[in-house]
Ligand binder design. Structure first.
Ligand code: SAM
Length: 248
């Protein structure tokens, strides 16, 4: 990885970023910069908005609890958004937060909740998912905030699926053979990774996945992993076998 500034605070902003055009920090960001970090006028912060790359900004305190970020130096160009779609049955509360954050760190570009028959969390707060995704991008230097989509029912998602994007289906019933070899044997093209709920997929869902010619099942080894562990393991294997870990 090229050398990179991990020391300065990094903030996501909605506004456009261009040299000299001040952007207002929102109240939570202003509180973090002025009160938590105790930064003063002229201190450096990195800012990104998912469109204009990363900028080094200087803080300008405009009121007791308000601050502007003034872009002064262009640091990194905006890369294309990560190509990988991550499909997952929502977990509850903290474990969902964890899974979303890890998926972003591991390079997912689209987060698609899927309501399966045995899903534990019957509702999902997309705003909370997006807040977690933004926090992960701020922490790990990613410049694109993933597209956080509304939940879809499993059947609807599969019926409307664009077969040009292969689904890598993590199935604990698959023979524990090397997922790396299976992944490398797939035809090249865009990918989605699917992890099931804590209760696993139903027989009907598993059969539908196994019948679809745009689905490849992989094993994640001889142990049953919790869904959040499976997410990180599967994303690591996929990125190492056919994804962006190969390109440095
Ligand atoms: N309820 C299932 C059972 O007890 O057999 C386990 C479901 S597991 C906790 C949640 C999800 O993680 C699964 O649906 C699958 O997508 C993934 N997973 C967990 N362990 C796996 C493994 N060894 N191989 C492939 N996928 C796995």
């Amino acid at each position: 990885m090229p050398s990179y500034d991990f020391k300065s605070p990094r903030l996501f902003v909605e506004a456009a970023l261009a040299e000299g055009s001040a952007v207002s920090a929102d109240p939570a960001q202003a509180n973090y910069l002025l009160n938590v970090m105790r930064l003063t006028d002229g201190a450096s912060v990195l800012a990104f908005n998912g469109r204009d790359g990363e900028w080094r900004c200087e803080i300008s305190k405009t009121a007791k609890k308000k601050a502007d970020l003034v872009p002064v130096e262009f640091m990194r160009a905006q890369p294309p958004a990560p190509e990988l779609h991550y499909l997952f049955a929502p977990l509850k509360h903290a474990r969902l937060d964890y899974m979303v954050q890890k998926a972003v760190e591991m390079g997912a570009g689209v987060l698609q909740p899927v309501m399966t028959q045995h899903v534990q969390a019957s509702r999902l707060n997309v705003e909370r998912m997006r807040a977690n995704a933004i926090e992960a991008t701020e922490q790990c230097g990613v410049l694109s905030v993933p597209d956080c989509r509304e939940p879809e029912k499993f059947g609807t998602l599969l019926a409307g699926w664009d077969a040009a994007r292969r689904i890598v289906f993590c199935d604990e019933r698959e023979e524990a053979e090397s997922p790396i070899e299976t992944l490398r044997a797939m035809p090249p093209g865009p990918l989605a990774l699917l992890i099931g709920p804590e209760g696993g997929f139903s027989e009907e869902e598993r059969a539908a996945l196994r019948e679809a010619d745009f689905v490849t099942a992989i094993s994640l080894g001889p142990r049953i992993l919790r869904a959040d562990t499976a997410a990180v393991a599967a994303l690591a294997v996929l990125q190492a076998a056919v994804g962006d870990w190969r390109n440095g």
